[in-house]
Design a protein around this ligand. Structure first.
Ligand code: NAI
Length: 363
């Protein structure tokens, strides 16, 4: 297995996974190694390469060597800090997925991770600015607290002169929608194979997570108490895993599943198999100078005054976010609009401010 890719071929779609030896990183890399194969087989002449980077050299070398024995046409390399590994992982990467950082232990909130993970993510942001094409790269951030670290990353890249950084940095909040879908099916007692889709907007932490049950099929059959319990379970579902692991970390397998689904969409886009992708992603709606991310951002910004960043349905093309969709928000019911959204906005604003203040004070 090559230690790193010397590939110059412009037909290569290269994904860098930073933090690839961790619980999420390893599972995600397995899902990409196996799950992306059909895309490659559908596109003669194409090539997908996955560069796995981690500060834990032995762990990333072991995981990548192990994965490289799987018989799918997705090539793998590993990289560690010695030997300019981060530069090699990032050079010519069009998609960067970041699960690097510390996970929660029982009793911790995602905000308790902030100081450690902000330093890690800012450092990785500096390397992305140095080695990636900022006009085209897509950076998918998993590390928590997503609410604060996406601002850290966007503003760090902007400080390196990436004017359009906000169009290329996405916080991954999909696990909340995955959980919402599963938990709604549980609550309905349904044994159907069709999972009800539940739109989830806002942030990725406690009551900043806003499941829009008003727009989920079947949810109107639930009593008000059952709806309240379901919203709470979606908002705090991550705690179930943290408690069950009892000190050994937080969700890894379900997160890897959620991240692999989104990453595959970005790979399809990069390979030219689709002209655009649609998903719900945590993005900057409006920057400090009042510049809007893309058409549609103004409508969303008006519905959530006071927060610059929000997880909302977007359209993404090869040039980054091309449209922000506020239709779901505009259709919220009275409870979502008057109860859930104001709490979300208040707490999310504080999380965003923490990230911005950290960047402003950082060396
Ligand atoms: P983990 O501890 O198993 O893995 C983290 C990996 O990052 C380790 O292999 C570590 O060596 C590596 N790492 C640390 N510093 C690094 C650096 N500077 N560069 C490259 N790699 C570095 O943690 P796990 O469970 O994989 O979680 C990772 C992050 O994802 C945590 O912050 C966690 O809170 C977050 N998370 C996010 C979710 C979401 O929905 N967005 C859901 C679940 C977890």
């Amino acid at each position: 297995m090559p230690h790193y890719l010397e590939e110059q071929d412009s037909h290569v779609t290269k994904i860098a996974v930073l933090g690839a030896a961790g619980g999420i990183g390893q599972s995600l890399s397995l899902l990409l190694k196996t799950g992306l194969a059909p895309l490659v087989l559908r596109s003669p002449g194409s090539h997908v390469h996955m560069a796995m980077y981690d500060v834990n050299r032995d762990a990333v070398a072991g995981a990548a060597t192990d994965l490289s024995h799987i018989d799918t046409p997705v090539s793998v390399s590993f990289h560690a800090p010695d030997d300019a590994g981060l530069e090699r992982a990032l050079t010519r990467a069009q998609i960067v997925v970041i699960p690097a950082g510390v996970p929660r232990k029982p009793g911790m909130t995602r905000d308790d991770l902030f100081a450690v993970n902000a330093r890690i993510v800012a450092g990785l942001g500096d390397a992305i600015a140095a080695h990636c094409d900022l006009a085209h790269v897509a950076v998918l951030l998993i590390s928590n607290p997503v609410n604060s670290l996406v601002p850290v990353l966007v503003e760090r890249l902007a400080a390196h002169g990436a004017e359009q950084a906000a169009r290329h940095v996405f916080g991954l909040t999909q696990l909340d929608a995955v959980r919402a879908s599963t938990f709604l099916r549980d609550a309905l007692g349904s044994d159907s194979h069709d999972m009800p889709l539940v739109p989830v907007v806002g942030g990725h932490s406690g009551d900043t997570i806003v499941p829009l049950l008003s727009q989920a099929p079947g949810a109107d059959a639930l009593s008000p108490d059952a709806r309240r319990a379901l919203v709470h379970r979606v908002q705090y579902g991550g705690d179930e895993v943290v408690q069950a692991k009892n000190g050994a970390g937080s969700a890894t397998l379900s997160m890897a599943y959620a991240a692999a689904r989104v990453t595959a969409k970005f790979v399809e886009l990069q390979m030219g198999l689709v002209p655009e992708l649609h998903d719900t992603l945590y993005v900057q709606l409006r920057d400090a100078r009042g510049r809007l991310l893309a058409p549609g951002a103004e409508q969303v910004a008006e519905l959530v005054p006071g927060v610059e960043y929000f997880s909302v349905p977007v359209t993404v093309t090869g040039k980054g976010v091309s449209h922000v969709h506020g239709e779901l928000l505009a259709r919220m019911d009275a409870h979502e609009r008057a109860q859930l959204l104001p709490v979300c906005v208040k707490n999310l604003a504080a999380n965003i401010r923490a990230g911005q203040e950290w960047v402003a004070a950082a060396p």
